[in-house]
Design a protein around this ligand. Sequence first.
Ligand code: ATP
Ligand code: MG
Length: 288
Amino acid sequence: MTSTSDERPLLRVRGLTVGFPTAAGTVDVVKSLDFDLARGGALGIVGESGSGKSMTSLAIMGLLPKGAKRTGSIEFDGTELSELREREMQAVRGDRIAMVFQDPLSSLNPYYTVGTQISEAYLSHRTGVTRRQARKVAIEAMERVHIRNAPRRVDHYPHQFSGGMRQRVMIAMTLSMEPDLIIADEPTTALDVTVQAQILDLLAEIRRDTGAGLILITHDLAVVSEVADHLIVMREGDLVEQGAAERIFCDPQEDYTRMLLDAVPRIDDEIGLLRTAAVETGTAEEDR
Ligand SMILES: Nc1ncnc2c1ncn2[C@@H]1O[C@H](COP(=O)(O)OP(=O)(O)OP(=O)(O)O)[C@@H](O)[C@H]1O
Ligand SMILES: [Mg+2]
């Protein structure tokens, strides 16, 4: 491999547009977006509800809803994703890009143990792996996301886990695939504030340890400030502002970004206080 391939960004998006046909013509909900994600980088996508954050991530995953029209270029590790056939895209999704959604319950099957689900996900993308090996991978992945008693918990069902623990199971499933890019779309919105902070710490830790790129999508600037090093700010499908996270926090150039930032200190304090309280009382996330 030449050195230039390593200097290329992991993800290079140019002119990404997503539109939906309506009686009055096509309405674009993502409008000619340009951004890069460096290798091992963490990109935050922020913006209010309906700004096009999820459509952007679904476009990258090749999972846009029926009827959506996508144009522009999405280059992932040197491969133009829009030129791939569905079968090739499926391989990219399983192996290289993984997604963590807002609501872990809707992504987990209530009738199977979490161990079976992590193992099945792993087996479906690996050949020549035995069930016993897959179970071992599942236990290791659960340990990596700090689920206590993983060898026992692996045989439990989703309803036997709390919301935060279920999100950890989803992240374990993602990890067992060893992806190069993890896209987390509002991964903490359904969780209470203490647990939110723990899941964010976990995502930051995983990114550090595995070197995977991370895209974190949220409407909450306090949330991205914990994890992202680069930010893009979206509004009504447009990219309003982008840059180093620190720069955007210290010196936002747009009124819209300032408005989003106005909500930050309060929420940030809350997370900070709750985290301190959890550490002091030893009530960091419950093991259930
Ligand atoms: N299947 C669809 N058909 C038509 N329009 C859609 C469809 N799905 C989403 N949209 C529109 O696309 C726009 C962007 O939606 P998107 O889900 O990307 O927003 P978001 O930034 O993720 O918001 P949230 O923070 O609420 O998740 C919205 O205006 C939404 O109404
Ligand atoms: Mg969304």
